[in-house]
Design a protein around this ligand. Structure first.
Ligand SMILES: [Fe+2]
Length: 203
């Protein structure tokens, strides 16, 4: 049985992977000529900024990584530095999605290209990142943290989520995720193949 705080993070990974799969399906559609609605792109940007980054990466960076650093891991080198670097790389890709979502008027050809280009980079980046955390970083954390530290982390996660959710935002983000997944369903075969290769099917 997984320790609860790690299970919490892994459950968040599963939701993030599904929205990544949805973004992949959407981006493949755009490559094939699908019309782009800014509101939909804004939904992806909002989910990745506010859930994947603020809520999920926030818990990792402020709580899990901080505790691992107290146990001797460096922030500037090694696995935590790599995870932090990849969080930053993801933010840069999501910024491109955000600017298309926040734009006005008809979506221009350059914006379609930017959208597909950022999805093509972001989807495999975050998938591979999630695999590294699930398979390497989290097991490493469980090896170095003491059981009472792990237990305390779950309480910290709950406090963290309550602060973020004071305005109901986490529920709203889950609703956004459901809407995106329903509109553009992840392709399970493509997701499995991409996960096996650490890649992505966006052309
Ligand atoms: Fe993560």
């Amino acid at each position: 049985m997984l320790d609860q705080p790690i299970k919490t993070l892994m459950d968040e990974h599963r939701l993030i992977e599904n929205v990544l799969g949805s973004l992949e399906t959407f981006a493949l559609g755009v490559t094939d000529g699908l019309a782009v609605e800014r509101e939909l792109v804004a939904g992806y940007a909002r989910f990745f900024r506010e859930f994947a980054d603020a809520c999920h990466h926030g818990k990792e960076e402020d709580i899990l990584f901080a505790r691992m650093c107290e146990r001797g891991f460096a922030r500037e080198a090694g696995p935590i530095a790599v995870m932090l670097f990849e969080h930053d790389q993801g933010r840069a890709r999501v910024a491109a999605l955000h600017s298309v979502g926040a734009g006005e008027g008809p979506v221009q050809a350059g914006e379609r290209a930017a959208l597909v280009g950022s999805a093509r980079e972001f989807v495999p980046l975050l998938r591979a990142h999630i695999l590294k955390e699930d398979r390497i970083l989290y097991p490493m954390a469980l090896r170095v943290l003491l059981p009472d530290e792990v237990a305390a982390m779950q309480e910290q996660f709950e406090v963290f989520d309550r602060k973020l959710a004071a305005d109901g935002s986490i529920d709203a983000l889950h609703a956004t995720a459901d809407k995106l997944i329903a509109a553009f369903a992840p392709d399970p075969e493509r997701m499995a193949a991409a996960a096996a290769q650490g890649g992505c099917g966006v052309r």
